[in-house]
Design a protein around this ligand. Sequence first.
Ligand SMILES: [Ca+2]
Ligand SMILES: [Ca+2]
Length: 127
Amino acid sequence: MKRARVRSAGVVALALVSLVGVGSTAQAEADPAVSSCELDFCLYEHDKFKGAEEEFMFEGWGLCYNVLRVNNKASSMRNNTAARVQFYNSANCSGAYGYAAKPSSSDGDLTNNGFDNKTSSIRYVRP
Ligand SMILES: [Ca+2]
Ligand SMILES: [Ca+2]
């Protein structure tokens, strides 16, 4: 007798949990996702961290990473690291760099640095 009552209470509790779950999911979809840089360094297709995003993981000083998704498209950036990040117009960090991001910095518009829609590779440099 007692056991049966506990079981039915459990079913009601489960139903409530699933209703709450549906409600919070709908709310999350209604809110537009805020662009956040989860990894060490991020490039964005458009000014002010909008459009396509490419995220990079910092694996060591002096390493070069080719830009793939936003190659020749990057217009803003976030640098979450203690590294200076150099921007190159060519792949494989060849030639001279055209712009360097300071450690822990962001730039919502690379135009004023003369490097809008140019970046093809980046290098992490010890500051
Ligand atoms: Ca762009
Ligand atoms: Ca380029």
